[in-house]
Design a protein around this ligand. Structure first.
Ligand code: ANZ
Length: 851
C-alpha cells in the first residue's frame, strides 16, 4: 500500500510543474479569468492590496492573493460576476535609486521588474486575475488620471499651498507625511526625521476627519484592530479651547490652548508652547530670544516620539506673560518640547496638580501648583483622575468635575474667550515629494509667481522620457528641477510659465486605483461612474494592518470625496477588510534584512503552486502571524498526490452528471454521501464568506477527501457508482477553490466536458439535506445589480411581504443612502424552483428622481 502511494506521489510531484503550466495556458487561451458581466447576477469585487514592483515577489504576496483568489473562485462558482484584478504600485524611490546608480530610466527598471514578477513569480501561482484589468500607476495612461483627480480636489477647494513645518527625511531627501513617519523614522529609509519649514501643496483631508471618524462605526466587516488603528490615527478628542490674553499687549491676538480638562482651569500656573510655535516670536525680548531659538533648533532634531516619551522634561522661559482669563493672575509663558506643534493649538495650559507631564515639567522649572479637585480623601499630586469636586476655583467650587467642565466651557464661550472644541491628530496631507519618479503635480507658475492649474485637456504632464534626460549631467540624482525642457515652456498665449517640479506622494496613486480597475483602458474618463455603481464598494479587500494608518486613511478619504462628487455609490470604499497576518520564520517576520526569506518561486519549483496555495491558507486564522514550516507544504503535496492517483485509477463514465439529489437515489449509502457533499459545500461557503476561516474550509476539504478515499472500494452497485462519480465531479469544485490547477486538470482528464471547471456552477446544495433552518435564512438584497445587504426571510413569505419588510428596515440594513433622490422601480424576488421556491435573492431597481 505504502509503496503504491509513493509511486503515485512520485508521479504527481514529477509532473506538477508542467501540469500547472499547461493549465495556466489553457485558462489564458480560454479567457477563463475574464471579469463577469452577467445581467441580474451580483457584482463582487475582490481585491488584494497591489504590489510594489521590486522585482521580488515574497511570501506575503502569496498569502494575500491566495486569500483573494479563493474568495474570487468561490464567488464565481456561485454565479456572481467577479472582478479580481492585479496592478502595480509602480512609482517610488527604489526605481529612482536604481536608475541613479545605473544611469537607466526608472521606467525601464520598473518594466523589467513587472515582467519578472508577473510572468515568472506571481504568474506561476495561477491566481485568477483578469489580465485585461492590469494597470501600472507609473504609466502616463494612469497618472494622467491621478493628475485629473488632483485637479478635481483643487477645484473643490481641497488643495492649498502653505508654508509649514514638515517632516524631512535627510536620506531620501524628501518631505514625508505624518503617516510615513514610524517611531520618528522615515518609513522607507529608516532615517531620523528632521523638522523643516517649507512651502508645500496640502490636501485638506482634515475637512473629512469627522466623517472618517464616524464612518468607522458603520464598518461591521472590519476587524476591531483595523478600526481602532484608524480611530487612534484620526485621534478625535473632545475638549475646549481657552484663550489667554498677552499681559501688557492688550491689542495682541490671544494665545489659545486646547484642553480635555477645562475644569482644571484654576489650577493653571503657566502656559507652555511647542518649540516650533512661532506665534509669540514677535514679543520675545532680546535676552530671551537666543535661548528660545537655540532650544527650538534642538527640538527640531528630535523625533516627536522621543519628545513625548522623554522622562525628564526640559524647557525655557520666554519672558512673556499671559493673563488668566478667570482669576486675572499673570502667568509665565514657557517653551517646552513635550508640547507638540502638530496637536491641538500647539500650546497648553500647565496644570501641575492634575497632569503628570505638567507636574514633571513644573518640578523641573520650579513652578508652583494649585490643587483644584478635591478627591474626597487625601491624595498625592498629581491627581489625574477627573473624579471629585472643585476647590480653589471661585464660583465653581463644590461642582463635580463633569459639570464644572461644562460650566467653565460655557463661561469661556460667554466671554468670547473660547468654547467647546473637537481636535484631531490627523493633519492635512502634504502631497509634494522632491523626487523624479512620481506623478508630476499639474500646476504652473506664471512670471509673477501666481499658481495656475494645468488645463484638464493638457493632461498628462509627462515625465521626461529616456531620450530627454542627460544622465551624465544628472550626476546620480535625477531631478525635475534641473531639467529645463520640463520646467520652462511658452504657452500658446505667448506667456512663459514654469512647472511645479514636485511629484505626488505615491499614496495619491494608490488612493484611487480601485476605481481604475473598473476600466483601466478607458481613455475618456478615469472610470465610468456606472461601473462604479456596479462594483463599488469593494466586497473583500485583503492587506496588511500596517497600512491602516496610511493607505487606508487616504483610500477612505478619496472615497468620501468621490462620493460627494457623485462618482461612486457609497462613502466607504471597503465592505469587508481582511488584515492578514505575517509569515514568520524563527519567530520573526520574514525579511531580507534578517536573511530569513523563503521565496515563493523556490517553493513552487519544489512542490507546485497548488500545494503552496493550500498550505498557506491552512496555517491558521488569516489574521494571525504564522511560522513557516516547509514540512506543511510537503504534506499538502502528498495529499494532492493521493487525489491525483485516485482520479487516475477510478474509471469514470466521462459524462457530466448535472444533478443528483437524495430523492433520486434509494440506498442509504448514497443518500448519506450526497448529504455529506452538500454539508461540506455549505460549510465551506459559510467558513469563507461569513467567517473568513480559510483554514477551516481547508480542513473540511481534507475531511471530505477522506470520505471519498474510504468509500472507493464500496461502489459495487450501479447506483453507487453513479453517485460516486457525481461526488467526485463536485469534489473538484471544492478542491478547485484552493488547489485550482490540479482540479482543472483532473476535470479535463476524467470527464468529457468542454468547459473549464471554473465555468461550472457550484455544488448544487439540496436544501432538504441541510441541517440549517431552511425556513429562515438570509438572502442578498441587490440594488441595481450590486449586493448591498443581507436580509433574513422565511420561505413562506410572499414577494410583497419581503419587499415591504426591506423597505421598513432600510436604515437598519444601511440601505437608506441608496434611496436618497431615487424612486423604486422594478422589484424582483428570485426564487429557487429546486428548493421549494424559497427566496434566493431580492433585486431592487432604483431610478434617479429628477423632480
Ligand atoms: C490641561 C490639562 C489638565 C490637561 C489636566 C490634561 C489634564 P489629547 O487630545 O487626548 O491628546 N495637550 C494639548 N495640546 C497638546 C500638545 N500640542 N502637545 C502636548 N500636549 C497637549 O489630550 C489633550 C490634553 O493634552 C490637553 O488637556 C493638554 O493637557 C494636552 F489635568 O490641558 B490638558
Amino acid at each position: 500500500m505504502k509503496k503504491q502511494f509513493e509511486a503515485a506521489l512520485f508521479d504527481y510531484s514529477q509532473g506538477v510543474l508542467s501540469l500547472e503550466r499547461t493549465i495556466r495556458e489553457y485558462w489564458h487561451d480560454k479567457k477563463v479569468n475574464a471579469t463577469g458581466n452577467i445581467q441580474n447576477a451580483p457584482y463582487s469585487y475582490v481585491l488584494g492590496m497591489f504590489p510594489y514592483p521590486s522585482g521580488n515577489a515574497h511570501m506575503g504576496h502569496a498569502l494575500v492573493y491566495s486569500l483573494t483568489d479563493t474568495t474570487a473562485r468561490l464567488k464565481r462558482f456561485q454565479g456572481e460576476n467577479v472582478l479580481h484584478p492585479l496592478g502595480w504600485d509602480a512609482f517610488g524611490l527604489p526605481a529612482e535609486n536604481a536608475a541613479n546608480k545605473n544611469n537607466i530610466h526608472p521606467a525601464a527598471w520598473t518594466e523589467s521588474n513587472i515582467r519578472t514578477m508577473r510572468d515568472e513569480q506571481i504568474g506561476q501561482m495561477g491566481f485568477s486575475f483578469d489580465p485585461a484589468r492590469e494597470l501600472n500607476t507609473s504609466s502616463p495612461e494612469y497618472y494622467k488620471w491621478t493628475q485629473w483627480l488632483f485637479l478635481q480636489l483643487y477645484k473643490a477647494g481641497l488643495v492649498y499651498r502653505a508654508e509649514e513645518w514638515v517632516n524631512w527625511d535627510p536620506i531620501d531627501n524628501t518631505v514625508l507625511a505624518n503617516e510615513q513617519v514610524v517611531d520618528g523614522k522615515g518609513w522607507r529609509s529608516g532615517a531620523t526625521i528632521e523638522r523643516r519649514k517649507m512651502e508645500q501643496w496640502y490636501i485638506r483631508i482634515t475637512d473629512y476627519a469627522e466623517r472618517l471618524h464616524q464612518g468607522l462605526n458603520h464598518l461591521p466587516g472590519w476587524s476591531d484592530a483595523a478600526k481602532s488603528a484608524q480611530r487612534y490615527w484620526i485621534g478625535r478628542s473632545e475638549g475646549s479651547d481657552i484663550d489667554f490674553n498677552l499681559h501688557g499687549h492688550d491689542k495682541a491676538e490671544p494665545v489659545s490652548v486646547f484642553t480635555t480638562r477645562p475644569e482644571t482651569l484654576f489650577g493653571a500656573t503657566a502656559l507652555v508652547l511647542a518649540p516650533e510655535n512661532e506665534k509669540l516670536d514677535h514679543f520675545l525680548k532680546d535676552e530671551f530670544k537666543r535661548q528660545v531659538l537655540t532650544y527650538r533648533q534642538q527640538a527640531l532634531r528630535k523625533s516627536e516620539v522621543d519628545r513625548i516619551s522623554a522622562e525628564e522634561k526640559t524647557g525655557v522661559a520666554t519672558g512673556i506673560e499671559v493673563v488668566h482669563p478667570l482669576t486675572g493672575q499673570v502667568l509665565p509663558v514657557y517653551v517646552a518640547d513635550y508640547v507638540l506643534n502638530s496637536h491641538g493649538t500647539g500650546a497648553v495650559m500647565c496644570v501641575p496638580a492634575h497632569d503628570s507631564r505638567d507636574y514633571d515639567f513644573a518640578s523641573a522649572m520650579g513652578l508652583s501648583s494649585i490643587q483644584v479637585i478635591d478627591a474626597g480623601e487625601p491624595v498625592d499630586l498629581p491627581y489625574t483622575e477627573a473624579k471629585g469636586t472643585l476647590m480653589n476655583s471661585g464660583d465653581f467650587d463644590g461642582m463635580v468635575c463633569e459639570n464644572a467642565a461644562q460650566a467653565i466651557t460655557e463661561k469661556m464661550q460667554e466671554m468670547s474667550a473660547g468654547g467647546a472644541s473637537v481636535r484631531y491628530k490627523l493633519k492635512d496631507w502634504p502631497l509634494g515629494r522632491q523626487r523624479f519618479w512620481g506623478a508630476p503635480i499639474p500646476m504652473l507658475q506664471d512670471q509673477e509667481g501666481n499658481w495656475l492649474a494645468v488645463p484638464e485637456d493638457q493632461l498628462p504632464v509627462t515625465l521626461p522620457a529616456k531620450e530627454e534626460i542627460d544622465f551624465s549631467a544628472a550626476k546620480g540624482r535625477l531631478s525635475l528641477e534641473t531639467m529645463d525642457d520640463f520646467v520652462h515652456f511658452a504657452a500658446q498665449d505667448g506667456q512663459e510659465y514654469t512647472r511645479e517640479t514636485d511629484t505626488m506622494d505615491t499614496f495619491m496613486c494608490s488612493s484611487w486605483y480601485a476605481w481604475r480597475f473598473l476600466g483601466p483602458q478607458n481613455d475618456d474618463q478615469a472610470w465610468d461612474p456606472e461601473e462604479a455603481f456596479k462594483w463599488m464598494p469593494i466586497d473583500t479587500y485583503v492587506g496588511g494592518l500596517e497600512h491602516a494608518n496610511q493607505h487606508l486613511i487616504y483610500f477612505r478619504f478619496m472615497s468620501y470625496f468621490l462620493y460627494d462628487q457623485g462618482l461612486t455609490p457609497s462613502e466607504e470604499p471597503i465592505k469587508k477588510f481582511l488584515n492578514n497576518g505575517m509569515v514568520q520564520m524563527g519567530g520573526t517576520k520574514m525579511s531580507k534584512s534578517k536573511g530569513n526569506i523563503v521565496r515563493p518561486d523556490d517553493m513552487i519549483e519544489k512542490y507546485g503552486a497548488d500545494a503552496l496555495h493550500m498550505y498557506i491558507l491552512s496555517t491558521g486564522p488569516h489574521d494571525r502571524n504564522f511560522e513557516w514550516r516547509e514540512e506543511g507544504l510537503r504534506h499538502k503535496q502528498a495529499f494532492l498526490g493521493r487525489i491525483y492517483k485516485l482520479y487516475r485509477e477510478v474509471k469514470f463514465s466521462s459524462s457530466l452528471i448535472e444533478r443528483l439529489e437524495a430523492s433520486d437515489v434509494s440506498e442509504s449509502w448514497s443518500k448519506d454521501l450526497l448529504a455529506k457533499l452538500d454539508k461540506t459545500a455549505k460549510g465551506i461557503e459559510q467558513e469563507i464568506l461569513d467567517h473568513a476561516n480559510y483554514h477551516v474550509a481547508i480542513a473540511k476539504t481534507h475531511e471530505f477527501a477522506n470520505e471519498i478515499f474510504s468509500r472507493r472500494a464500496e461502489t459495487n452497485t450501479a447506483e453507487r457508482e453513479k453517485v460516486y462519480q457525481y461526488v467526485c465531479q463536485n469534489f473538484l469544485k471544492i478542491l478547485g477553490i484552493t488547489a485550482p490547477h490540479i482540479s482543472e486538470h483532473l476535470w479535463q482528464r476524467s470527464f468529457d466536458i468542454q468547459r473549464s471547471l471554473f465555468q461550472q456552477p457550484w455544488v448544487n446544495i439540496d436544501p432538504a439535506l441541510l441541517p440549517t433552518q431552511q425556513y429562515d435564512f438570509s438572502v442578498p438584497v441587490m440594488i441595481n445589480g450590486k449586493k448591498r445587504a443581507e436580509y433574513r426571510v422565511s420561505a413562506l413569505q410572499s414577494d410583497d411581504e419581503i419587499i415591504q419588510g426591506i423597505m421598513d428596515r432600510k436604515e437598519e440594513l444601511a440601505l437608506d443612502t441608496y434611496f436618497h433622490g431615487a424612486a423604486i422601480g422594478k422589484t424582483i424576488v428570485v426564487r429557487d424552483k429546486r428548493a421549494e421556491n424559497a427566496p434566493k435573492m431580492v433585486n431592487l431597481q432604483l431610478v434617479k428622481n429628477h423632480s
